[in-house]
Design a protein. Structure first.
Length: 479
């Protein structure tokens, strides 16, 4: 028969495992009943180590008491090389406090923290542990210390190395396409010059499209496809056509229009070229025609956006860049408030046509490496008057009034697409974690992906969909 003391010790050990859920790395010796607070680490931090990273002494560490893990939820920047740094430890009470690790030469080291708190700890082997023994010397516990470093730059704008998908069409060699959003669904019109298809999906991330034949009017300009108040519009031979069945069939509206800027509410905004070579702003349904200003684009502008600003109680329709009536380009944002057109950029892009403008986010980090995001406008792609493709990303933090080159980490990488005449759609996709040990774990979060459709590169028309995103949004949210 086992002695009574054996059963007492076994019961205490079993109770401890229920409370602490120790990992395999933990090593606990229990002589009598105790509480977790007897071997609790109250605080863990690093000293200053500029050779590793800036502001390491402000880095915040979380202490997972249940699992015996100490970690920095806000990871250090990608490329950080872990090295020697002092540590700062606070415990409630302890008879022994040690830091165990393997040094750079591969030798095991143990620091008695009470005697040598200023000694450096080497983190390069990812095996740092904190060992604490209770004040009465009867309870011991090890904490695994994880110094996390981002594998990717979290604030960089990243593009998938391979195409996300090919354009949704049954045409063997499409030569033109236009993709628009309408009523929460996404429509891609593709043409090879003889036939056309229209594809629709609820979510481009699913790669599931319903494709139908499209009977386009003769001479249709695919690049003018626009969605306005639940109806698709296109121009063909100076006329405006509409489709009420999602692009399958089309009818003449009776209105004259050469280019569609987009929609303002239920009104189609566009222009027409007059016999004398000048251009007029026209609408459908028709309103009074107004001359197009010399500096206003007549074609080649970005897909439009409509948003409200702090400067007006009216919604503002906005587009970026394009080609003017005299053949030169503009890099300004032009806006319409329901009655007047005006250039609103005080600081513009270089003159460009065929560019993309999207609402997105800019990610920054404070001195504790805590990330935060703020809304911005991004502009990229397009071509200059010389025909050279734009290889810069521009950013505006004030809704297009001032534009400047985005930070270096958001500039195109070696695999970034250089295209003109493409369309970019920002679509949120729900991501799920593999697992979580949190008390109330996050079950999902949204990542805003950029889907780039078609466009023309130096090699010609691109019959593909490309996907981009800021790495930060793909990471499991900190909780």
């Amino acid at each position: 028969m086992k002695p009574r003391l054996y059963h007492i010790i076994l019961a205490v050990l079993t109770g401890w495992s229920v409370i602490s859920c120790n990992s395999d790395d933990s090593e606990v010796t229990v002589i009598e009943s105790t509480t977790l607070s007897n071997v609790e680490v109250k605080y863990f931090g690093l000293g200053s180590a500029p050779l590793i990273a800036e502001n390491t002494d402000t880095l915040f560490f979380s202490i997972d008491l249940n699992n015996g893990v100490i970690f920095n939820a806000d990871s250090l920047p990608a490329g950080t090389v872990k090295g020697n740094v002092t540590v700062d430890l606070t415990v409630e009470s302890a008879s022994q406090l040690e830091v165990l690790f393997t040094d750079k030469e591969g030798e095991p080291q143990t620091i008695n923290y009470f005697e040598s708190s200023n000694d450096s700890v080497y983190f390069g082997n990812d095996d740092v542990k904190v060992r604490i023994v209770s004040a009465d010397g009867k309870v011991q516990r090890d904490y695994v210390v994880k110094l996390n470093v981002h594998e990717k730059k979290p604030d960089s704008l990243y593009w998938d190395v391979t195409n996300f998908a090919m354009l949704p069409t049954t045409l063997g060699s499409p030569a033109a396409q236009k993709t628009v959003e309408m009523g929460g669904r996404y429509y891609t019109l593709a043409s090879d010059g003889r036939s056309a298809t229209i594809a629709v999906t609820d979510n481009p991330a699913d790669r599931r499209w319903s494709i139908s034949q499209a009977s386009l009017p003769s001479g249709s300009d695919v690049a003018t496809l626009s969605s306005v108040d639940g109806i698709l519009y296109i121009t063909a031979l100076h006329k405006l056509y509409l489709s009420a069945d999602g692009g399958k069939t089309w009818r003449d509206t009776g209105a004259s229009m050469d280019y569609i800027y987009g929609g303002y509410g239920a009104t189609v905004l566009g222009n027409k070229k007059n016999a004398d070579g000048s251009y007029s702003h026209v609408t459908y349904p028709a309103t009074a025609e107004k001359p197009v200003a010399e500096d206003c684009p007549v074609k080649g502008a970005s897909a439009p956006m409509t948003f409200t600003t702090q400067w007006s109680d009216k919604a503002m329709f906005a587009m970026l860049g394009g080609r003017k009536a005299d053949g030169t380009l503009t890099g300004s944002m032009w806006a319409y408030d329901g009655s007047e057109w005006a250039a609103v950029s005080l600081q513009s892009l270089p003159p460009v046509e065929g560019a993309v403008m999207i609402p997105y986010y800019h990610v920054t980090h404070d001195i504790q490496y805590v990330a935060s995001s703020s809304p911005v406008l991004l502009a990229f792609g397009g071509n200059y008057a010389s025909g050279q493709l734009n290889d810069k990303v521009y950013m505006s933090v004030d809704q297009g009034v001032h534009w400047a080159e985005a930070p270096a980490y958001m500039q195109p990488g070696s695999n970034a697409p250089l295209l003109t005449g493409a369309q970019a759609l920002v679509v949120n996709q729900t991501l799920y974690p593999e697992a979580s040990r949190a008390v109330k774990p996050i079950s999902s979060w949204e990542c805003p992906y950029i889907y780039l459709f078609g466009g023309v590169s130096y090699d010609g028309f691109s019959p593909s969909i490309k996907r981009g995103y800021i790495n930060y949004f793909t990471f499991f949210p900190i909780q």
